[in-house]
Design a protein around this ligand. Structure first.
Ligand SMILES: [Zn+2]
Length: 392
């Protein structure tokens, strides 16, 4: 199985210029390859409708055609980039079309702020004497704060505003599966709170709220700045940095919580949020907190996988409206206490939900894991489609 290790790297000024240029070259190639594929797709649609093509029938272009074209005619900029890195940009276009055919959004052109990583898929990189050596770029300082396990397969360089990171995707041995002795069910609340089936509750740290308030404040200032002005672009960077801090704080919280869950339980059950959201109507605040929950579930899932432990997803239907005895106990959202007229149970509503989740069998549809359902595997999280980061 694959495991990812991420480290911060510290390029020099000149190296940063080269890194940025590499990103830009890859992004242009990505957009050009995408444009070509889109044009092909449109021609094919016309062919289906009219079937008149005096210049011959259009055919599908695949990533291999595009890679061959690339090798045949490289621009001066492209010649400065390691060829497998360029090929990987074409592969990303291919992957985004595959995701589209699996029910995800139509591939989009990537702006400067969105396209923020490139990958060495096989070779062209080396770790030596605490330095990272990248072909066509140079030797970069790296802080290896933890040991890398397994065999390094790919190397991805990422930009996060003014910080740079490298992540290695490594092939590690599959762990021995544990015998399930302990299990828990987890209710994720509307408020930023998770409840375990033993009644324990975990709240995100207070500073997170504080940063989020700070973000709203900074965002307001941004919206007052004149469009296209220098002050506005400065404020955009300030806002982006607050975003980054929040992202990192959330991530840190998700890492700690998932670590605690996996250390303490052999089987962890969550509600299937996707089924849940199909039923409920969607608010913005809800979708933001969902993003946090997905991250927590994601982290828990892969940490469990590395430890030979298990994560399951259950159908959430009725978990907030049923008693442990099976009696139907309807409650409004504002009612935080569950009172069962049948068996007399009085308990926090989230606690009851968590117990129900623990005891519910995992659903048969779409339980292969959130990774699959989001069209992203652990592997592609580091090497795949660039994560959007948006400002303003
Ligand atoms: Zn009851």
């Amino acid at each position: 199985m694959r495991k990812t290790f991420q480290f911060r790297i510290y390029p020099g000024r000149k190296q940063e210029v080269v890194l940025n240029r590499t990103l830009s070259t890859c992004r242009h190639l990505y957009n050009d390859s995408l444009a070509e594929r889109k044009r092909q797709a449109e021609l094919n649609k016309l062919r289906k409708q009219f079937d008149i093509f005096p210049w011959g029938k259009p055919e599908w272009i695949n990533k291999y055609d595009q890679m061959l074209d690339l090798t045949a005619s490289k621009t001066p900029y492209q010649k400065e980039v390691f060829s497998q890195v360029l090929q990987d940009a074409i592969k990303r276009v291919d992957k985004s079309f595959k995701n589209f055919f699996n029910g995800f959004g139509y591939p989009r052109f990537q702006g400067r702020d969105r396209y923020n990583s490139f990958t060495y898929p096989q070779s062209g990189f080396e770790l030596k004497d605490g330095k990272l050596i990248l072909s066509k770029i140079g030797t970069i300082k790296i802080i290896l704060h933890r040991e890398i396990e397994g065999i390094i397969k790919t190397c991805t360089i990422k930009r996060d505003i003014d910080h740079w990171y490298v992540s290695f995707s490594c092939e590690i041995d599959n762990p021995v599966l544990v015998e399930i002795k302990t299990k828990t069910g987890i209710d994720v609340g509307l408020i930023d709170l998770i409840t375990l089936s033993n009644g324990e509750q975990i709240e995100p740290p207070k500073f997170l709220r504080k940063s989020e308030d700070n973000l709203i404040h900074k965002q307001k200032r941004l919206s007052r700045k004149k469009k296209g002005s220098e002050k506005r672009s400065k404020q955009r960077i300030i806002v982006a940095k607050v975003h980054r801090r929040i992202r990192n704080q959330r991530k840190d919280f998700a890492h700690k919580t998932s670590r605690m869950l996996v250390d303490n339980y052999d089987l962890i059950k969550f509600e299937d949020l996707q089924i849940k959201n199909m039923v409920q109507n969607h608010h913005l605040a809800k979708s933001i907190s969902d993003a946090g929950w997905y991250q927590l579930m994601n982290f828990t899932e892969y940490k469990a996988a590395y430890a030979g432990k298990f994560v399951e997803f259950v159908n959430p239907a009725g978990t907030s409206q049923t008693c442990i005895c099976g009696f139907h106990v309807p409650k409004k959202l504002s009612e935080r206490i569950h009172r069962c007229p049948s068996c007399g149970l009085v308990m926090g509503r989230d606690h009851v939900s968590a117990i129900l989740i623990e005891n519910r069998p995992s659903c048969t549809v779409g339980t292969t894991g959130i990774n699959d359902r989001q069209g992203l595997s652990i592997e592609s999280r580091c090497s795949g489609t660039p994560k959007p980061f948006r400002v303003g």
